[in-house]
Design a protein around this ligand. Structure first.
Ligand code: CP
Ligand code: NVA
Length: 313
């Protein structure tokens, strides 16, 4: 892999919905190639001299480490900005932060609560802005997930992914991702916790092109039946700590346990974006079982994030 294509250069990475099927394929191919080079010890300094500013308004292990280590492996530098130490945390405008960081860094990664804050940052920044999770979407996660599924199953198109639990940021990005690559996605949530209707509607528009089928199925057993991939996530996301106990009552039937997993295809793989609440949305038996791909999935964040940075920055 010598020169990288410039087709996505200087673009933002805010939602998978913004990328074409072909562009997502390029991102996945480059991620796979960067992974191969890393494993073989082949240097790949595509971002020498470049800097990524990382704004984290919420906690992170995987996303932070993947971007920071990834930037180092690409020959660049990443700096961690937390709200306690930056002026953003004291109320400096997102617009001003965007304009200033644009003069000093080559890219911005942001993890925050309100999705519109990322859009505002991207509006005023003249360097690429990468969405490292908002309350609405988690696109870098799902790019890594698609790399994992492709590695394990050899393809994405025509597979069935069942997501159990809260219709949250990860569920939304899975709908967008599935629609773009032609993978069927069924989301199974208790009543009142379904994915956002607008997200589902725009993902369905994308799905028309790839013929992927996106469905909401309240019954978790029906949702999991015949699935190639069974995915779950915490029932209460970051920022929902105060309603977690109350929310939990609605989700008991949606726990990913052996009984439910047995309804999927015998060779189905299990994914979880992590961090998990073991014993709640997923049992130890499933998380540590032979069908679990969750640690590969976490590793693939590194390779996927490197592809995003190398192609966009
Ligand atoms: N899955 C994920 O984004 O993990 P972190 O919150 O640890 O970054
Ligand atoms: N839905 C979870 C994902 C964490 C990576 C959250 O937003 O907390």
């Amino acid at each position: 892999m010598k020169g990288l294509t410039n087709i996505m250069r200087q673009r933002d990475f805010i939602s998978l919905h913004d990328f074409t099927t072909e562009e997502i394929k390029v991102l996945l191919d480059v991620a796979g190639e960067l992974k191969r080079m890393r494993k073989l010890g082949i240097a790949h300094p595509y971002l020498q001299g470049k800097t990524l500013a990382m704004i984290f308004q919420k906690s992170s292990t995987r996303t932070r480490v993947a971007f920071e280590v990834g930037m180092y492996q690409l020959g660049g530098y990443a700096l961690f900005l937390n709200p306690q130490d930056t002026q953003l945390g004291r109320g400096e405008a997102v617009k001003d932060t965007a304009m200033v960081l644009s003069r000093m860094a080559d890219g911005i990664m942001i993890r925050t609560f309100v999705h519109e804050e990322v859009l505002e940052l991207a509006r005023w920044a003249d360097i690429p802005v990468i969405n490292g999770l908002t309350d609405l979407l988690h696109p870098t996660q799902v790019l890594g997930d698609m790399l994992t599924i492709k590695e394990r199953k050899g393809k994405l198109q025509g597979l069935k992914l069942a997501f159990l639990g809260d219709g949250n940021n990860v569920a939304h990005s899975l709908l967008f991702g599935g629609a773009k690559v032609g993978m069927d996605v069924v989301i199974s949530s208790p009543e009142g916790f379904e994915p956002d209707k607008n997200i589902l509607a725009s993902a369905k528009e994308d799905a028309l092109k790839t013929k992927s089928v996106l469905t909401i199925e309240k019954d978790p057993q029906k949702a999991v039946a015949g699935a190639d991939v069974v995915y779950t996530d915490v029932w209460a996301s970051m920022g929902q700590e105060n309603v977690a106990d109350d929310k939990e009552k609605h989700f008991a039937d949606y726990q990913l346990n052996s009984k439910l997993l047995n309804l999927a295809k015998p060779d189905a793989i299990v994914l979880h974006c992590l961090p998990a609440k073991r014993g709640k949305e997923i049992t130890d038996e499933v998380m540590d079982g032979p069908q679990s791909a969750v640690i590969d999935e976490a590793e693939n964040r590194l390779h996927a994030h490197k592809a995003i940075m190398a192609l966009l920055m």
